[in-house]
Design a protein around this ligand. Structure first.
Ligand SMILES: CC(C)(COP(=O)(O)OP(=O)(O)OC[C@H]1O[C@@H](n2cnc3c(N)ncnc32)[C@H](O)[C@@H]1OP(=O)(O)O)[C@@H](O)C(=O)NCCC(=O)NCCS
Length: 138
C-alpha cells in the first residue's frame, strides 16, 4: 500500500500487500509477463514470513522467506522495483528477513543466485559461500 508522501521508506515483516502489487513487481524484477498468482494465499500457507518495502507510490521491494518448519529458512524472490534499485533496499529487505528468521528460531538462512549477484548476497548481505545443489525438475 502506498505510504503518505514525504514519509520515509517503510519496511515490514509480514506486511500487507495486494496480489496485484507483488505480481507487478515480480514481473518487472524477473522480466516475465504479468500473471495472476495468489501470493497472499501461497504465503499464508507456505511461508515463515516475507518483507515488504513501500514508498509513497506503493510496493518497491519484496522478499519471501520459506521454511522447513525447523531451523532452516530460505530466501526466495528478492525483488526491488527498477526505479528504486541501488539505494540499499534489497540489502535492508534481507536484513529484516534475517532478524525475523532468527527470532522465529531458525539457525540457517539459505539462498542461491546467479554469479552476477555475488556482490549483493556475499558482500552487501553477509552470506558466505557454501556448496549447494540443484536439479531442474521440468
Ligand atoms: C538483486 C536486487 C534485489 C538488489 O536490490 P537493490 O535494492 O538494488 O540492492 P542494494 O541497493 O541493496 O545493493 C547493495 C549492494 O549490493 C550490490 N549489488 C546490488 N545489485 C547488484 C547487481 N545487480 N549487480 C552487482 N552488484 C549488485 C552492490 O554492491 C550494492 O551496493 P552499491 O549500490 O553501493 O554498489 C535487485 O537488483 C533485483 O530486484 N533484481 C532482479 C531480481 C533478482 O534477480 N533477484 C534476486 C533473485 S536470487
Amino acid at each position: 500500500m502506498p505510504r503518505p508522501a514525504g514519509e520515509p521508506l517503510h519496511y515490514e515483516w509480514r506486511g500487507t500487500f495486494t496480489n496485484e502489487e507483488v505480481n507487478a513487481l515480480h514481473a518487472e524484477a524477473f522480466d516475465h509477463r504479468l500473471v495472476d498468482d495468489d501470493w497472499n494465499g501461497q504465503l499464508d500457507r507456505l511461508s515463515l514470513g516475507w518483507v515488504i518495502a513501500c514508498d509513497d507510490q506503493g510496493l518497491v521491494g519484496f522478499v519471501n522467506i520459506i521454511w522447513d518448519g525447523g531451523v532452516h529458512a530460505f530466501v526466495e524472490d528478492t525483488s526491488v522495483a527498477l526505479r528504486s534499485r541501488r539505494q540499499g533496499i534489497g540489502e535492508r529487505l534481507i536484513a529484516v528477513a534475517r532478524e525475523h528468521s532468527a527470532a522465529a528460531g531458525c539457525e540457517w538462512l539459505h539462498v542461491d543466485f546467479d554469479d552476477d549477484l555475488r556482490n549483493f548476497y556475499f558482500d552487501a548481505c553477509g552470506f558466505v559461500p557454501t556448496n549447494a545443489g540443484l536439479i531442474k525438475l521440468r
